[in-house]
Design a protein around this ligand. Structure first.
Ligand code: SAM
Length: 235
């Protein structure tokens, strides 16, 4: 598993949100939160599991909206950031942060209504086993994102500290069949890759983002997108 060690470090965890989601990265955070919300809503009283929840960006957002949510991650340092967010926001009763390995989820079959993971599958060397495990503990829905093989991400992937596993649509479809999941909905975004937005100030990022979504809305947009969101139902 790429990044399993990397995210254990306290300084990496402490810098995680600022490094990725300040400057133009704020727009990425917004888009990812919108994708999760659209997929799992309505969330009130739903029992949700977030795999590889990291610093709890989505876990806290969903607890705020009255979901009963467990955020699971293998890194104590990342979970610690999530716990601090909860302390600051005060939504302690509907949220549990749990240290665990996504390869062996400590829950019975069909325990959750929805299970999701964001920015996890690009780290997975054996995605089929993780997806099957997510499917096992979910009654209704599994939602996740992938970084795309044929996209601008390919150009700078080799520069990243641990690279990313990139997926083609046919590979995702194979993985879904293998995990007894049926595709309900898909969306594709970010022709300009994340790394670009992070480098530019917030003030000018919005203009690029508008152009990005405008091209993304054309027939070639889906082909060029660097990120895909997959919303599936459990068979
Ligand atoms: C890129 S971060 C994403 C965090 C969060 N999902 C987000 O979007 O901000 C990847 C996370 O996966 C976690 N991770 C890596 N391998 C894992 C495993 N086998 N089980 C659970 N979490 C894992 C890391 O600790 C890290 O927090």
């Amino acid at each position: 598993m790429k990044g399993q060690e990397w995210y254990q470090a306290k300084d990496i965890a402490e810098d995680y949100d600022t490094k990725r989601f300040s400057r133009g990265g704020r727009l990425i955070d917004e888009r990812e939160k919108q994708a999760v919300l659209e997929a799992v809503s309505p969330v009130e009283d739903k029992r949700i599991l977030e795999i590889a929840c990291g610093t709890g960006r989505f876990t806290t957002m969903l607890a705020d909206r009255s979901a009963e949510i467990v955020g699971l991650d293998i890194s104590n340092a990342m979970l610690q950031q999530g716990r601090e967010k909860v302390r600051n926001n005060g939504v302690t009763d509907r949220i549990e942060f749990l240290r665990g390995d996504a390869a062996r989820l400590p829950f019975p079959d069909d325990y959750f209504d929805s299970v999701f993971a964001i920015r996890f599958f690009h780290l997975a060397e054996t995605p089929a086993s993780f997806l099957r495990e997510m499917s096992r503990v979910s009654r209704d829905q599994v939602f996740f994102d992938t970084f795309n093989r044929y996209s601008t991400r390919t150009v700078y992937n080799w520069l990243l500290p641990m690279g990313s596993r990139l997926y083609s649509e046919s590979e995702v479809n194979r993985l879904l069949r293998n995990a007894d999941l049926t595709l309900a909905d898909e969306s594709h975004d970010f022709i300009l890759p994340y790394g670009f937005y992070r480098q530019i100030p917030d003030e000018i990022a919005s203009g690029f983002r508008e152009a990005d979504t405008a091209v993304g809305g054309t027939p070639i947009g889906n082909l060029l997108a660097s990120v895909s969101y997959w919303n599936t139902s459990v068979d």
